[in-house]
Each structure stands twice: as structure tokens, then as C-alpha cells.
Design a protein around this ligand. Structure first.
Ligand code: ME8
Length: 522
């Protein structure tokens, strides 16, 4: 067991609408990593939350005739309900409208920037996209519209506070190039450097406006000592990662333990806010930097961007209702490469579900447990040595080094568990999941080759050894599945019923499931 701490965050989601499949991917990816780190003994803190201020929220609230606070309360309640349904194990949910916890943190960070001499007053004249909650330039527009929101930005001219982002461009570039600031995948580093670097390598990063004049409906955090200005939503939102730990409150204990974040998970749409603005704010406030920004790709639906206008939005609730939450978690864990864009269709989901859950995992569990029940009333004893054919695969960690000399087709020299842990600690959850399914297919092959259902008629002890090996393997499958499919893992562990005696022997007191774990869908 390690003594390490592990702090992981997701972006805080806009409380203007329900979460869709894309948001739930971010949550599950982060949850799998959080659960893994808890399982290996790291002192873990997993944060998610909601981004509740800004014009985007005020306008969405007006459309449904609600005040902003009532509107976000409704949406946040739905968000939190879905988060529970997905089995997300966050330790805290931060809301930017939380005046007790979040506001003091956001204000303390502001004052730190001010003390560093990095805030000044100026006039902003230009374009603003409410969808992005960001100032944008003429050259970023396509046909006069924001490419992300397909809407024309607003012209504004107003007095604002500015942050000296320009001061930090070269330093951020150096930190990224030296790998001190790790961004995964590496291609995002190059994208960020391209934004920073001018034609002869100098930083061309400009300063940014970090406040807006107070609105008709004041909805945001007032700037310290100037309540006529509200903090720019991104500065407000980014500070959640430390305010949630109590930064700026009268108890900064958690902040001292957990900051800096070990992993900040985010989608590719908001890399520049995190890699540039957030990092510059931390540098200005002289706070440690996050150890890694883990950027994931976007989900499409049927080859197209998921959008209401195209009518191809897939809701997480639909998949949970039809297949169960662990099936959705399986899909996110194994069928998606985190750094890439991917595509989800109902057809593909069903195909993968039938092949790998109903047939693959589910079928192996039922077959094994039925044989154990039928031939041995569930009570199976044995040991690794009497299962020579699979011992190197199933218990590679225990008997590694004992591989040579066993000239049988099952030997694999690269251990399952070692590779699983290596991938999980490198955040490559899809590869770790592949390793689990590699073990599942070895176990399937083992049944095919040794046919315990025939063997039991001629040599009962030999059949018991084979079934013991299968149960042993299933237990290992379940243990590796804990972060990805927590309920399924728990069910399998209960069904298998392993116990280890004082002299280290594993015995099983198993029972067959009343129903298949994953019903086949036609
Ligand atoms: O940007 N595919 O909030 P947001 C994959 N409040 N992931 C997706 C996705 C898709 N199609 N769509 C969204 C904000 N996401 C700000 C963040 S943080 C200080 C403030 C995920 O509700 C992805 O992780 O628009 C993306 O970064 C996040 O949701 C944006 O959520």
C-alpha cells in the first residue's frame, strides 16, 4: 500500500442544460482513475462540479422564466442524480454559486494576481461569444460566426480588468517543452506552443480581460473592492479546483494536502483555458502547477458532431436504462481511446455489448459457476500447482520466474497483472481493459481445451483442478474490473466466494447466478 496522495478533477460543467454522453465520458474516465488509485491505497480526492455564472446561464434561465439561482439549482439536481446513477465516486461536488466555499477561494486568487501586479484596468473593445463565454477575434470567425456555436459574436466596448497573461507566455512554453507541465497527448503541447509562439519564437500571447461590468441581472462573483465589476466566468470557474479544497476559506487543510492536482481531466475544447490562462494564474499567484492535464477527444454520433439540430444526441439515461450503468462504463473504458475522437451508435453499442459482456464475460461467469455448482455443490478446492496449464497466466505475479520449462500452449511470459497496473497507472484505461479481456479469452480457451464437463466423468479431481483454475482466474478478472465496473466486480466476487486459508490456499464456496449478468439483446 502506498502513502501517496492523488487529486483528480473534471471540468465543472455548465449548469445550463443536462449532461450528455460527452460529459459522462469525462466523468467515467476520471472515476475509473480515481477508483483505481483508491484501490491501490492512494489517499484520493476526486472533484467534479458545476459552472453556474455568466451570461450563458442568465439567458438560458430567462428562456424558461426562472431566476438564475432557481434555474441552476434545478439543473444541478439533475446533474447530481445522473452522476449517482453512473456510479461516479466523487468526494465532493463544487458549485460556483457556493458563496461559503467557492467565492472566498476565487477572491483570494484574484487578490494574489493583484498583489503580483498582474491586474490592471483597461477598455475592452471587440467581440464576445456567449456560447464560449470568451472574447474572440475577427480571424477566428467563419462567415462571421463562431465555429463552435454557429452564432455571430456580440460587439462590446466596456471597461474591464485585464490580466497580464502576456507576462507568462515564454515561461509556460518553457515548462511545456521541458515536460514540467505535462499535457497528454503530446500533440496538445504543440498546439499550445503554436498559440504562444510568434514568427521568430517570441511569445505573442496577449493580455486577457478578466472582468465584465455588472449586468442588469447581477450573476457572478464581485471583483474584490470593485463590486461594479464581476469576475470573468473562466477565472471564476478555474479557481474551483482550489476553492473546493478550502483555499481562501478558514480551513485550508485539504488544500495543503491535495494541491497540486495529480491529474486534471478535460476535453479538447478547453485546453487553452487550462494550459494557458489557468497555468498563468497559478504562476502569478505562486502556487504549484498541476502535474498533468489529461485531454480527451470528442464523441460523435453516427459520424457527425452530436447536436440537437442534427437530431443525433444520445442520452446517457437511454443506455443506462437499456443496458445498465456498468455496460456504459465498460464501453467508455474499453471501446474508446481517450486521446482520440470516437463515434457512438446504438448498433455498435449493442454489438459490443453482446460480444464482450453477454457472451464474453457473462457467459464465462455462468458456465464456470454452473459447473462448480453441478459437480461440486459450489465448493471447490485446489492450488496453483495442480493447474499447470494456466498457472502462468492466472497467477503470473505469484509464480513469476516459474515459467521456463512448462512447455504447454498456455504459457504467456508477460504477466497480465503487471501489464494491467502499468496501463492503469499511465491512464491508458482502454489498454488495461484489453488486458482483462485477454485473460477472459484465455479462460474461455481453457474450458475449450480441457473440457471439464467431460473430464468430470473420468477424473473428478482433474476436473476440480480445472474449475478451481477458472474460479481463480475469474476472481482476478473481477479484481481488475473494480475501477471500471464496480457493481459487476462486486457481484462476481460474491458469486465466486473465495477464501484464503492461513497456509495461503485459496478455496471457493461459489454459487451460480440466478440470472445471466448481462442478458443478450436481440
Ligand atoms: O466547458 N465529447 O463546461 P461544459 C466528449 N464550464 N466530451 C465532451 C463533449 C463531447 N462531445 N462535450 C463536452 C465547460 N464534453 C466549462 C468548463 S472548467 C474550469 C470550466 C466534456 O459543460 C469535455 O470534458 O461545456 C469538455 O471539456 C467538458 O465536457 C465541457 O463541459
Amino acid at each position: 500500500m502506498s502513502e501517496k496522495k492523488f487529486y483528480i478533477t473534471t471540468p465543472i460543467f455548465y449548469a445550463n442544460a443536462e449532461l450528455h454522453i460527452g460529459h459522462t465520458y469525462t466523468l467515467i474516465l476520471s472515476d475509473i482513475l480515481a477508483r483505481y488509485h483508491r484501490a491501490v491505497g492512494d489517499k484520493t480526492f476526486f472533484l467534479t462540479g458545476s459552472d453556474e455564472h455568466g451570461d450563458k446561464i442568465v439567458r438560458a434561465a430567462q428562456k424558461v422564466n426562472l431566476g438564475p439561482q432557481a434555474f441552476v439549482n434545478e439543473n444541478v439536481a439533475k446533474m447530481e442524480a445522473l452522476i449517482r446513477e453512473l456510479g461516479v465516486s466523487n468526494d465532493f461536488f463544487i458549485r460556483t454559486s457556493d458563496k461559503e466555499l467557492h467565492w472566498p477561494g476565487a477572491k483570494k486568487l484574484w487578490r494574489a494576481l493583484e498583489e503580483a501586479g498582474d491586474i490592471y484596468k483597461g477598455t475592452y473593445k471587440g467581440l464576445y461569444c456567449v456560447g464560449c463565454e470568451a472574447f474572440i477575434t475577427e480571424k477566428e470567425l467563419v462567415n462571421g460566426k463562431c465555429v463552435h456555436h454557429d452564432t455571430a459574436p456580440e460587439h462590446i466596448e466596456e471597461e474591464n480588468y485585464f490580466f497580464k497573461l502576456s507576462k507568462y507566455g515564454s515561461e509556460i512554453r518553457r515548462l511545456m517543452e521541458e515536460g514540467v507541465l505535462k499535457i497528454t497527448p503530446q500533440s496538445k503541447v504543440n498546439e499550445m506552443i503554436a498559440l504562444i509562439a510568434g514568427p521568430s519564437g517570441e511569445s505573442v500571447l496577449g493580455d486577457v480581460s478578466i472582468s465584465r461590468p455588472e449586468r442588469a441581472i447581477p450573476w457572478g462573483i464581485p471583483v474584490p473592492n470593485d463590486p461594479a465589476q464581476l469576475m470573468y466566468v473562466w477565472c471564476d470557474a478555474l479557481s474551483n479546483y482550489i476553492s473546493a479544497l478550502g483555499y481562501g476559506s478558514d480551513n485550508e487543510e485539504k488544500f495543503k494536502i491535495f494541491w497540486p492536482a495529480d491529474i486534471q481531466v478535460l476535453g479538447k475544447d478547453i485546453v487553452r483555458f487550462h494550459a494557458l490562462l489557468w497555468i498563468a494564474m497559478l504562476l502569478s499567484a505562486k502556487l504549484p502547477l498541476p502535474r498533468e492535464l489529461l485531454v480527451h477527444g470528442f464523441v460523435n454520433s453516427g459520424g457527425k458532431k452530436m447536436s440537437k439540430t442534427l437530431g443525433n444526441v444520445l442520452s446517457p439515461g437511454e443506455f443506462i436504462a437499456e443496458y445498465g450503468k456498468d455496460a456504459l462504463r465498460y464501453y467508455f473504458a474499453r471501446e474508446v481511446t481517450p486521446s482520440e475522437d470516437w463515434d457512438l451508435t446504438r448498433e455498435k453499442f449493442k454489438e459490443v455489448y453482446n460480444a464482450n459482456l453477454a457472451n464474453g464475460l457473462g457467459n464465462l461467469v455462468s458456465r464456470t459457476l454452473k459447473m462448480a455448482e453441478q459437480y461440486f455443490v459450489g465448493n471447490v478446492t485446489g492450488d496453483v500447482a495442480s493447474v499447470p496449464a494456466i498457472r502462468t497466466k492466472i497467477s503470473a505475479v505469484e509464480i513469476s520466474g516459474d515459467v521456463a520449462g512448462l512447455n504447454i500452449p498456455y504459457i504467456i511470459t508477460n504477466s497480465i497483472l503487471t501489464r494491467y497496473h502499468a496501463y492503469m497507472s499511465a491512464n491508458e484505461i482502454n489498454k488495461a481493459a484489453d488486458v482483462i479481456w485477454e485473460l477472459i479469452s484465455h479462460l474461455d480457451q481453457f474450458v475449450t481445451d480441457f473440457e471439464p464437463f467431460k473430464l468430470v466423468k473420468t477424473d473428478k479431481k482433474a476436473a476440480e483442478n480445472v474449475i478451481w483454475g477458472l474460479l481463480y482466474g475469474l476472481r482476478e478478472v473481477a479484481q481488475m474490473l473494480i475501477p471500471m465496473m464496480p457493481d459487476t466486480a462486486k457481484t462476481i466476487l460474491e458469486l465466486v466466494g473465495a477464501s484464503v486459508s492461513a497456509n495461503g490456499e485459496t478455496a471457493f464456496s461459489s454459487k451460480a447466478p440466478a440470472e445471466p449478468l448481462f442478458k443478450r439483446k436481440e
